[in-house]
Design a protein around this ligand. Structure first.
Ligand code: KIV
Ligand code: ZN
Length: 513
């Protein structure tokens, strides 16, 4: 019997970006899209083109770049949204327009102020309009998880008749539980007369921690596309996590027999890239991509794993892209060894200049750190691709003094638009002092909501990675920095967040019609 194909629809760049503070620049989105292409996802939802000119340009840039995946743009059921999506996707090898409207009683009444008849009318009109740009049109019934079954059936039938080839059933607020959500899918497939003319898809949010379970239950009941994000990023508690979906179906083929194109060895690199770009840390015990996912702390477990890996491991760390954490390079390694190892890890430099800069950073690091791991060089490569905007604040110099019995003090110099500015401050600790010194120059008036530091590899000379979350006018932004000196890593993370503050706000697709 041939196995069905499972379509992996990645929405890290759209729903993932809707996480408060996870804004990405155009260049960052293209970089992530390229990694998603290496990961071999089937569909990349690149954004919501009507949201802002920046979003339009980013969807267009992804559509212009990606050759081996369908590129999708989101639109409400409005002409202007669909026109923007159609224009942004013009050059895509395989374009998809994804249009949606809410179908639950509470959304239709409170948000849309529309009758069910009007909602069906808008959906049908939007799908027909989208078909003028592409044959590949997806329709989503927003808040389907709380929609009335008969109405859902009616709108799905109308959507397929109007030309939608993918019908997405979102559990927008993460309310359903697996057996219930599976039944919603089964009932639709069995009762909608033209259901065989479309692929059924699901899009589950994680408010009750059930997004992956609900998606897998939907698969067992006939859904053939799952929408998900790297690291489970997304609105509120996030979306179903791509790595968990992919590895659940791979590991339990006895339960979920299906084929997917995914190259699982790209999972960890994709997770790291998304975490570094958005500044959202990955919790250590996160399945598949958390630092501890394959670590065996207790003696009993270690003993079992050493005798036979399968006593406690159901997957191989290497299969999802974890390196075996060996020392890979050292102070005497040359440029060739450096770029060859990065190439083995899936990273290619786009110019000799980029390689030279990264190699210089590697040499500086090797002066401070005895053993260099894959994690260290990947970080250097990614940092080289950070986007420097004109407005960027850049750390030129910092000097922090922390002495027993004395109040810590910091001196900082930043480059802002080619001019150097200096500031000093005292603080409760060295990190507090350095943040206050930066603040004395920039005067951003942001509140520090989160500060976290962890080591990238083992050893006291490991690079520390720091994440900060700043808040200003109810907007959250994340910043990331890494260095063997955690005060410098902290200063970098703080400055990274301040740089992102300059990114303009954009419209939210699900607030409004
Ligand atoms: O959660 C949701 O319902 C969505 C739709 C726009 C698909 O993100
Ligand atoms: Zn969503």
């Amino acid at each position: 019997m041939t196995k069905p194909s499972l379509i992996i629809f990645d929405t890290t760049l759209r729903d993932g970006e809707q996480s408060p503070g996870a804004s990405m620049t155009l260049e960052e989105k293209v970089r992530i899209a390229k990694v998603l292409e290496l990961l071999r996802v089937d569909v990349i939802e690149a954004g919501f083109p009507i949201a802002s000119s920046g979003d339009f340009d980013a969807v267009k840039a992804v559509a212009d770049t990606i050759k081996d995946a369908t590129v999708c743009g989101l639109s409400r059921a409005l002409d202007k949204d669909i026109e923007a999506a159609g224009a942004a996707l013009k050059n895509a090898v395989s374009p998809r327009i994804h249009t949606f409207i809410a179908t639950s009683p509470i959304h239709m009444r409170e948000k849309l102020n529309m009758s069910p008849d009007q909602v069906v009318e808008y959906a049908v009109k939007a799908i027909k309009k989208a078909r003028q740009y592409t044959d590949d049109v997806e329709f989503s019934a927003e808040d389907a998880g709380r929609s009335q079954p008969d109405f859902l059936k009616r709108i799905v039938e109308a959507a397929i008749k109007a030309g939608a080839s993918t019908i997405n059933i979102p559990d927008t607020v993460g309310y359903t539980v697996p057996h219930e959500f599976g039944m919603i899918i089964k009932n639709l497939i069995e009762s909608v007369p033209n259901s065989d003319k479309a692929i059924f898809s699901v899009h589950c949010h994680n408010d009750l921690g059930l997004a992956v379970g609900n998606s897998l239950s939907a698969f067992l009941n006939g859904a053939r596309q799952i929408e998900c994000t790297v690291n489970g990023l997304g609105e509120r508690a996030g979306n179903a996590s791509l790595e968990e979906i992919v590895m659940a179906v791979r590991t339990r083929q006895d339960i979920f027999p299906c084929d997917s194109r995914i190259d699982s060895s790209q999972i960890v690199p994709a997770s790291r890239l998304v975490s570094r770009i958005t500044g959202f840390p990955v919790q250590p015990n996160k399945a598949i991509v958390g630092k501890n996912a394959f670590a065996h702390e207790s003696g009993i477990h270690q003993d079992g794993v050493l005798k036979n890996r399968e006593t406690y491991e159901i997957m191989r760390a290497q299969d999802v892209g974890w390196s075996d954490n060996q020392i890979v390079l050292g102070k005497l390694s040359g440029r060739n060894a450096f770029s060859t190892r990065l190439s083995e890890l899936g990273h290619e430099f786009t110019s000799v200049h980029e390689l030279n800069q990264a190699f210089q950073k590697f040499k500086n690091l090797a002066d401070r750190k005895h053993a260099i791991f894959d994690e260290d060089i990947l970080l250097i490569a990614l940092q080289g691709q950070a986007v420097v905007n004109e407005e960027t604040y850049e750390l030129v110099f910092s000097n922090v003094c922390s002495e027993t019995g004395e109040t810590p003090n910091a001196q900082v110099t930043l480059r802002i638009n080619d001019e150097e500015h200096s500031g000093t401050a005292i603080g409760g600790g060295p990190v507090d002092a350095v943040f206050k010194a930066i603040e004395s120059i920039i005067q951003s008036k942001t509140d520090l909501k989160l500060y976290s530091v962890s080591n990238i590899t083992s050893g006291t000379d490991s690079q520390g990675e720091v994440t900060v979350q700043l808040e200003k006018n109810n907007t959250n932004i994340y910043g990331y920095g890494a260095h063997t000196d955690i005060v410098i890593a902290s200063a970098r993370a703080y400055i990274d967040a301040l740089n992102k503050l300059a990114i303009p706000a954009k419209a939210h697709p699900q607030h409004g019609v």
